[in-house]
Design a protein around this ligand. Structure first.
Ligand SMILES: C=CC1=C(C)c2cc3[nH]c(cc4nc(cc5[nH]c(cc1n2)c(C)c5CCC(=O)O)C(CCC(=O)O)=C4C)c(C)c3C=C
Ligand code: FES
Ligand code: FE2
Length: 353
């Protein structure tokens, strides 16, 4: 079973993954989306397939998400026996296991209480928002079963356990530089960028990623100079900058010799750490005379798995008092014109009813 699911994450799934992604009107509203999405996906597939081939034949996201989920549920059984047993399910937005498949499984298992626990530390309507909209659509249609009660963990980008796990991985990367020059190493935090159209409608992601970086730097005692830069722009529109690749070139021009690259907006390795950061940017920076080490992604970090268990445990205790959703998730972006966002928020605030 595990093997089959892992195989589904491999190169041949790239086309369907991209098609589902470009079909998502909550992520990228396109004119004639139903027709344009398959066309863009098809055109983009060979290039992205090649990237997945170069990072070992697929994305490790599912494998790590399962390790994290299993570790979290086991710890929660110990930390919070009153709500045990805890079970995790994975619902991806574009690759298998898709929300509809997971819904079927949860219905078959007779689940009556569920927490939608986003695995994006910082909230964006293009990531967590899109996933919540999908859960809402499937939930409203009864795909998860009729009597399920929902609550939502919508963001946790400054949770001390998450910050500690990131900081420890930065310290391990810094230790690879000679002690004499270690404090001159630039810490370059890199997050997936957002189109300016999303930023400018009031999406909270840029602020929240910045807050994560601030919290990590506080934890490190501001031992090094740092910047937050943005990667993985797609298409011709304007995106949040400065771009990670350009920043590395700029640092080289300024005579910087040592950089630690830090993925800050995702919890496991994926195409953007393993291909873009490691194979593209780090290689290019080395050609410009910079020694680059990448902070390891959180992956199977026990400190991080403990943080997930702590976040979920605190949530279960808190929702009994404060209700199923946070105050912050209730506010739509001031520029939001997507009616599904409003309906989704109302639905979750009522516990999925
Ligand atoms: C972590 C935060 C992410 C944000 C914010 C985000 C916004 C966003 N992404 C696209 C388009 C694409 N993203 C793609 C891959 C991808 N995106 C994220 C995360 C965020 N995206 C991850 C972790 C991944 C990699 C998945 C993996 O298995 O490795 C892709 C596919 C790859 C490609 O074709 O380049 C696209 C396309 C948009 C348009 C967007 C904001 C509106
Ligand atoms: S786009 Fe942010 S709430 Fe709709
Ligand atoms: Fe993306």
């Amino acid at each position: 079973m595990l093997h089959q699911l892992e195989k589904a994450q491999q190169v041949p799934e790239t086309h369907d993954f991209l098609k589902n992604l470009f079909l998502d009107g909550d992520l990228i509203p396109l004119p004639f989306q139903k027709y344009l999405a398959p066309w863009i996906a098809k055109r983009r597939t060979p290039q992205i397939e090649k990237q997945y081939e170069e990072i070992g034949g697929g994305s490790p996201i599912l494998r790590y998400t399962k390790i994290q989920g299993e570790g979290m549920a086991k710890l929660m059984d110990e930390l919070n026996p009153e709500t045990a047993p805890h079970k995790f399910y994975v619902a991806f937005r574009y690759a298998n296991p898709l929300t509809e498949e997971t819904a079927r499984q949860m219905k078959a298992d007779g689940v009556t209480r569920a927490v939608a626990f986003t695995q994006y530390p910082q909230y964006s309507c293009s990531t967590t928002g899109s996933s919540l909209n999908e859960l809402y659509r499937k939930g409203k249609a009864g795909d998860f079963g009729k009597d399920i009660e929902w609550s939502v963990i919508d963001r946790w980008g400054t949770h001390p356990g998450f910050i500690e796990a990131v900081a420890q991985n930065i310290e391990a990367a810094l230790a690879k530089f000679p002690e004499s020059s270690r404090s001159e190493t630039v810490l370059l935090f890199s997050a997936h960028s957002l189109p300016m159209s999303v930023v400018n409608r009031g999406d909270p992601y840029v602020l929240e990623v910045s807050a994560s970086v601030s919290a990590v730097m506080d934890r490190l005692g501001h031992s090094n100079p740092y910047r937050l830069v943005w990667q993985s722009q797609v298409g011709p529109s304007a995106w949040m900058g400065m771009q990670t690749g350009e920043a590395l070139k700029g640092l080289a021009r300024l005579g910087k010799k040592q950089v630690v690259l830090i993925p800050i907006a995702f919890t496991s390795d994926h195409i953007e750490t393993l291909y873009e950061l490691d194979l593209e940017y780090a290689k290019e920076a080395r050609e410009h005379g910079i020694e680059v080490h990448r902070a390891t992604s959180l992956n199977d970090s026990p400190v991080f798995i403990r943080a997930l268990a702590d976040i979920a445990t605190a949530h279960l205790r808190q929702t009994a008092k404060t209700g199923p959703t946070s105050i912050q998730v209730g506010l739509r972006c001031p520029g939001c014109k997507n009616e599904t966002c409003g309906a989704q928020k109302t639905w979750f605030a009522r516990g999925g009813r």
